[in-house]
Design a binder for this molecule. Sequence first.
Ligand code: BGC
Length: 552
Amino acid sequence: MTESVFLAGDSDWWRNAVVYQIYPRSFADSNGDGLGDIPGITSRVTYLSALGIDAVWLSPFYPSALADGGYDVADYRNVDPRLGTLADVDTMIAACHRHGIRVFVDIVPNHSSDLHEWFQAALSSPPGSPERERYIFREGRGESGELPPNDWVSHFGPTGWTRTTNSDGTPGQWYLHLFAPEQPDFNWDNPDVVEDFQKTIRFWSDRGVDGFRIDVAHALKKDMSEPYPSYPTLASYELENIPTDGSHHLFDRDDTIEIYRGWRQIFNSYDPPRVAVAEAAVHIERLNRYASSETLGQSFNFALFGAQWSARGYKAIIASSISQAKAHGSSSTWALSNHDVVRHSTRYGLPNGEDLNEWLLSEGTKPQLDRELGLARARAATMMLLALPGSTYLYQGEELGLFEVADLPAQSLQDPIWERADHTRKGRDGCRVPLPWESEGTSFGFGSAGSHLPQPSWFGALSAASQDGVTGSTLELYRTALRLRKDLSNSEQFEWVDSPSDVLHFSRADGWHSVTNFGTEAVALPSGELLLSSSPLSGKNLPANTTAWIRA
Ligand code: BGC
């Protein structure tokens, strides 16, 4: 490894970074096997650079049977051969760094794949063996252990326990999996697990990775003592049912952050220090435990995923996020989409409060999506977030204004949720359809063969090629917004400005203002030089569903 792979510079770079999430299997396919890959990412670094982002975050690209889109990791320090090699990753990191783009990778510490060598060793070792102690094995209840140890549900439904088979063919112990059965949960009280993840963090840091996104960061430590509490439905895992004192047996336990204190020492042993962002579904007053400078440094704020199109709702989320981040020395994080949720251009084109799963089950027909409205609001919301202090996390394809693909045929669905929930939850494939790079041709330029999830015909008109250089296109809006935003990145100054109730107006350093009209009627635009607007203005007025940036 040469020193040149490391991107030096300001150790606070992450505080106001724009981070672009790549879902590698759906980004760009270099070898025509229908799956996106690492060389595909390298081939698109100039696109990423022209977009103006500061960093990319790659969802898992490690060896995996894809029981959960790669979040079932069989080997944490290697690359899925279908996606490339370690050398390809080195080349990709170097290419990003040459363009000043930092690289985050995903760490999945709550569970491995059932194909991980440790889990395979555990299955072929007897109960009570050190191999089984790395995971969470328990005897079943009932006369011959035929019932699971307790009623805990899995996030993907139904039960969180699967029974093993002994080497002589008889039924054996059960193991815990909070997600799919192919994702056994680790036992984080075991020092082997602690040491192995420290090794993984060092491994990728040594290869020049700048940061880490930590999957399900709040679930690692569990209280497995009996009597077990009852967690029979997904409601038991919803935030409103998780106490704020760390006493839930599975989530947000106080000692979880001790793991991250250990990681922080590793992060800080690099120059510049490696950074991290927690995916932690915890109460806002406990976020600082994950986002402090002694632990992971930053934590996602997911409140906007569920936010209706309303000035009041947005204002409350923005205000609490900024004040929380300030209080513990972190910076806010903003995101409207990722690989787990319905794309925000679609959410905002459906009536407020629409049940998104029901809509997906209707294949996007009931009710009909209002694309024009959805895209206008999505563009306005993104521009507003890009004007706020803190980091913004973008999800691949949102810069093209892609909508959710709601009518994927049932036989093409890959998300384990679909089968495990007995076809009552459609799952997340609709936001993971491979990107359209070209307006026509095989898989719209994604690769030379097909794409692993079918692309709809309307992808062509939204492709990167169709929007490149087109004034007013969503791609050009993102490019311009990201370029202008660089003026703001050195200051976290922020102030609300009085405005009508349907309008959010705030100022930043150097006379910068952002104004968003959430209402249904145009409003007068405050005076100043217009820098950018998310939709064309009507004279001196800001139309409904539009954001404008002004320099006063
Ligand atoms: C990831 C999901 C994944 C789950 C289990 C989540 O938080 O974002 O895509 O299914 O963790 O690893």
